[in-house]
Design a binder for this molecule. Structure first.
Ligand code: PSU
Ligand code: MN
Length: 305
């Protein structure tokens, strides 16, 4: 297994010394945002993590190896390259064995983070149960991965391109604790509201660290999904996003977009049809998540001493 892992020396050293490390995904760089904002954001997010006293480790697949911690040059390369694979678990062996360039989804990033011994992972939004999944069976591997890989996932909730209600039900079935920070309602990425009550609520990074410690010491493997609502001044009004999402779903249906192409299609459509407003919110919320993730990583490192 380890012959496929390439852990950056700074990350390796931090792990050896029990210092906090924060894993970051790369699908958001290659498939979630346009260049150059994607690279600028990835670097800014790493800076936020460092500023908060943790070591960032952006994860991607390069030349047949799973890289845990990228150099700025590698991030820039990934952000500009064309034909980058979107790598979920089902694509991992193919992309590795063929030495292709791959950006990792939440599921693949979690698995690689876990192989390297990382426990805290920051992203923007995770995949989930798609609208219409009762007939398409389109359920993201992010959810099955969260069911058994013990990594905390810090997000801004899930976008309403998904069926949020079914996504929450699925996580309950799989035993994944879903905790929202500082409010009772589960957030929906661009918006602090979703009209769904969060299954659990916490108010501080220390509480989250204690929850993680307790869960894993009980032998309950799997993730905790931490939902961190987007800052109020960066929110996109729910009604505005909702109408755009309806158009995006209609357009996907007409063009027969399905499978792994669906999520990137919907994300691109929304970003192109909201005049950059959604991109600004996306950038703000991922930085906000990085700050919280680093604080949780610090708290968790202290508990684990
Ligand atoms: N949802 C978002 N932003 C994202 C993604 C999902 O709001 O960037 C990306 C993540 O990398 C996630 C992946 O893991 O899409 C899920 O894809 P799928 O639905 O095909 O499993
Ligand atoms: Mn899918």
């Amino acid at each position: 297994m380890h012959s496929f892992l390439e852990i950056h020396p700074e990350v390796q050293q931090a792990l050896a010394e029990g210092r906090p490390v924060v894993a970051l995904e790369s699908t958001i760089i290659a498939h979630g945002m346009p260049y150059p904002q994607n690279v600028q954001t990835a670097l800014a997010v790493e800076a936020v993590v460092k500023e908060a006293g943790a070591v960032p480790a952006t994860i991607a697949i390069l030349e047949g190896r799973c890289h845990v911690g990228l150099t700025p040059a590698q991030i820039d390369y990934l952000g500009q390259a064309s034909g980058v694979w979107k790598v979920s678990l089902s694509d991992m062996p193919y992309v590795l064995s063929k030495k292709l360039l791959g950006a990792t989804t939440v599921a693949a990033t979690m698995r690689i983070a876990s192989m390297a011994g990382l426990k805290i992972f920051v992203t923007g939004g995770t995949g989930g149960v798609h609208r219409g999944a009762e007939t398409t069976m389109d359920i993201s591997a992010d959810l099955t991965e969260m069911a058994h890989t013990s990594v905390a996932v810090i997000s801004a909730g899930v976008k309403s391109i998904l069926d949020i209600g079914l996504t929450l039900e699925y996580m309950e079935t799989k035993g994944i604790p879903v905790v929202t920070v500082g409010q009772d309602e589960f957030p929906s990425f661009y918006s602090r509201q979703s009209s769904f009550r969060s299954p659990l609520r916490v108010d501080t990074p220390d509480e989250i660290a204690a929850l993680l410690h307790t869960k894993w010491n009980l032998g309950l493997n799997g993730a905790v999904l931490v939902a961190n609502p987007v800052p109020a001044n960066q929110e996109v009004p729910a009604a505005e996003i909702e109408s755009c999402i309806h158009q995006a779903l209609e357009s996907a249906k007409k063009q027969h977009i399905r499978g792994k192409a669906l999520t990137p299609f919907l994300l691109r459509y929304i970003s192109e049809h909201t005049k950059g407003e959604s991109l600004q919110a996306n950038i703000a919320l991922i930085r906000h998540n990085a700050q919280l993730g680093a604080e949780i990583a610090n708290a968790f490192a202290n508990i684990s001493k």
